[in-house]
Write a protein that binds this ligand. Structure first.
Ligand code: AHR
Length: 329
């Protein structure tokens, strides 16, 4: 009897060890269908809740996971890279089927990406890219073309000031330092405005993609620079903060100082329709459904494109007023 009991215990222990061991996450072999009962578990590390865009993005991911019957483990990093790294390590320990994340900044991911690769857990980048020398540490990158967004913003400025005979003073509210959108939108914008030597960026500083940050930096810009013709806000929230600072300084946003922003969230589009902004380039936050489709393919071992670019459009004041009633975010 003793012998039978210890044999049964050995079989049970082996089963538990296999479930917790360091082998491939369940369902991550080619053709695998996810964890228990075939349901896929996704660990998602979000940047934070810094902007209207981010809130819409989070809702999209949570809703899409439910609709796709994906078990989502969601973690908010509160804008800190170290929190994202801890979250990803915890997802690896929990042996999720797939990890997705929107990186706060572009560098510093090699070690944790290698850990996921060694644990055979596929990674999907959403919204923002990383810089890495390591090979095959993520399966695909889903998100907008940020250089293009900055370029469209700059091209509008070039047209708007085509007849300027003297210097046009531009101030730039940058996104989070070191983040993919801040770097790439700056690149696209400066490339476009180089077409007209009258266009000068006289000051550029980070507002960290927040409304409060945009307001604070704009207040400082207004104090230091008697003549500002245009604000390029790298997201709507910083543009909305700039509006508050401009109005507090007794000037009219959209008229005395023009504003171009990126995102096209509901609040930004409202300000544009109200004439307080002049032009917005869209950055679509509704990435959830595409992310879930890619996750299913990746977990099943099916091929996916290395880069999936989400399409964007641009809006002037009339277009914003027309589209606002049906705007989803
Ligand atoms: O990465 C996308 C950017 O991040 C959005 O433009 C901004 O609003 C957000 O915080």
């Amino acid at each position: 009897m003793k012998k039978i009991l210890s044999a049964m215990l050995a079989v049970a222990t082996a089963g538990v060890l296999a479930a917790c061991g360091s082998g491939p996450a369940p369902g991550n072999a080619p053709g695998g269908g996810g964890g228990a009962g075939g349901q896929i578990t996704m660990g998602f590390s979000q940047v934070g809740a810094e902007s209207g865009w981010r809130t819409a993005n989070t809702t999209s991911i949570q809703d899409a996971a439910k609709a796709a019957d994906i078990n989502l483990k969601f973690s908010d990093a509160n804008g800190k890279q170290e929190n994202q790294i801890s979250a990803i390590r915890s997802f690896i320990q929990q042996r999720v089927n797939v990890i997705a994340f929107s990186p706060v900044v572009r560098t510093g991911w090699d070690a944790v990406l290698l850990e996921a690769k060694n644990a055979n857990i596929p990674v999907i980048l959403t919204d923002r890219a990383v810089d890495t020398q390591e090979k095959d540490v993520y399966k695909t990158f889903l998100g907008a073309d940020f250089v293009q967004e900055g370029q469209w913003a700059g091209e509008w400025v070039v047209k708007e000031f085509a007849n300027a005979t003297g210097p046009v003073n531009i101030v730039q509210l940058e996104g989070t330092t070191g983040s993919d959108p801040a770097l790439e939108r700056s690149t696209g914008f400066s490339k476009a405005i180089a077409a007209n030597p009258n266009l000068k960026v006289i000051a550029s500083q980070t507002g960290d993609f927040t409304r409060a940050g945009g307001k604070q930096v704009m207040e400082a810009f207004l104090k230091a620079n008697p003549k500002i013709d245009l604000v390029f806000a790298q997201n709507d929230d910083m543009g909305l903060g700039a509006i508050e600072a401009i109005e507090a300084a007794g000037k009219k946003p959209g008229q005395d100082i023009k504003i171009v922003a990126i995102d096209a969230t509901h609040d930004g589009m409202q300000a544009l329709a109200d004439g307080k902004m002049n032009f917005i380039v869209e950055c679509n936050p509704l990435l959830g459904p595409q992310l879930m489709d890619l996750a299913k393919k990746v977990v099943a071992g099916e091929p996916v494109p290395a880069r999936v670019v989400t399409p964007d459009q641009t809006f002037d004041q009339q277009q914003a007023a027309a589209i606002l009633p049906e705007r989803k975010y």
